[in-house]
Design a protein around this ligand. Structure first.
Ligand SMILES: *Cc1c(COP(=O)(O)O)cnc(C)c1O
Ligand code: SF4
Length: 341
């Protein structure tokens, strides 16, 4: 199918609701619609409907607005566009690369590391990232009612070695605030829990998510939240995103960032240094730079370890140490992430 360059002008301002839930429901889910917003044709990009039927395209408008119209190599576009390369069979890449199913003791919990535990809060994400290691996660089996969350809470109560709870997903902030407020209050009642960590892409995909209702529950308990954002490229941070981050910082939260090293998106020392500088400008500390997990459908993003180390070595020469994220890989069944350099 070809897309006329004149049918939908990218210059046309799209009106965006201030309500994050409306923005989420209005996310673009078709390849043609996305590419016509950007004045690009599917042929230019080997876009694939088949790949989209395996793992849907989903990208909210505020994220699209940061893409460069007419640029088929745009680093934000490449993170979300389904392409034919995803369909190539690759024996070394599979559906559960981190063997998380072994560490899924009860629905909603991934407990792999000794003193911290991950809660799969929401099966949904605000955006579907093509490289995602959870693209095949059995979310349906992990979907829960409030009552079922009681058994997750019992699990946390009964294990005194756990001192940190991590909200993950999907994207935990795709869940509604009344549920998150309830769960957080319950966790704060458990004396051995010191920290609450929230791993999310929502503040950058839909900055309006950081509203009064979120800030209210997130700061309502004795637990000081740590927010770990997931930004891969400096272009993902515009003034609105910087504003959302400022709200997190002003509310007393610590804000960190993790990235994935992705071929074609951020695989140069300069791109990574620019990201760290931009994060610093916003008050965010770089935390991890992950090597890709070997998940089926994402092999075209992967870089070999030698190349990754070369890029990382150059990056170290461009930044002060505190702006260099730790280069890590996740190896199944280890007690922590594995440092590469
Ligand atoms: C990455 C991860 C964590 C957190 O590890 P940190 O090194 O503390 O950031 C916890 N649980 C799981 C399952 C993880 O994959
Ligand atoms: S879990 Fe994170 S990386 Fe995966 S699709 Fe959702 S937002 Fe993207």
């Amino acid at each position: 199918m070809s897309t006329s360059n004149t049918s939908l002008s990218p210059a046309q301002p799209i009106s965006i609701s201030p309500d994050w839930k409306v923005q989420l429901s209005q996310a673009v889910t078709s390849i043609d619609q996305l590419l016509s917003c950007l004045d690009l044709s599917p042929e230019q990009l080997s876009a694939s409907q088949q790949a989209a039927s395996e793992f849907a395209l989903k990208v909210p408008r505020p994220f699209i607005q940061r893409m460069q119209p007419g640029d088929p190599r745009d680093p934000l576009l490449l993170q979300v566009l389904p392409v034919t390369a995803e369909m190539q069979p690759s024996p070394d890449y599979n559906k559960d690369p981190l063997e998380e199913s072994k560490h899924n003791p009860i629905a909603g919990i991934v407990h792999k590391y000794a003193n911290r535990l991950l809660l799969v809060i929401s099966p949904a994400c605000a955006i579907n990232c093509r490289y995602c290691f959870r693209r095949h996660f059995p979310y349906a089996e992990n979907r829960q009612s409030k009552q079922q969350w009681q058994s997750a809470l019992d699990y946390i109560r009964s294990d005194m070695s756990i001192n940190e709870v991590i909200y993950s997903g999907g994207d935990p902030l795709a869940a509604n605030d009344s549920f998150l407020g309830w769960l957080t209050a319950e966790i704060a009642e458990i004396a051995h829990i010191k920290r609450l960590r929230i791993h999310t892409r929502l503040p950058l995909v839909i900055p309006a998510r950081i509203d009064q209702s979120f800030l209210k529950w997130a700061t309502a308990t004795r637990l000081k939240p740590i927010v770990v954002l997931h930004i891969n490229h400096a272009n993902e941070i515009d003034a609105e995103v910087a504003g959302a981050i400022k709200k997190l910082l002003d509310a007393g939260m610590q804000v960190l960032n993790q990235s994935v090293l992705l071929r074609g998106v951020n695989d140069s020392a300069l791109a990574l240094a620019e990201l760290s500088e931009r994060l610093f400008d916003c008050g965010v500390s770089p935390y991890y730079l992950h090597l890709c997990d070997p998940v089926a459908g994402a092999q075209h993003f992967d870089l070999d370890e030698t190349t990754a180390k070369q890029i990382y070595g150059q990056l170290q020469t461009l930044l002060p140490g505190f702006l260099v994220p730790k280069l890590v890989r996740e190896i199944p069944n280890r007690q922590s992430k594995t440092l590469i350099s």
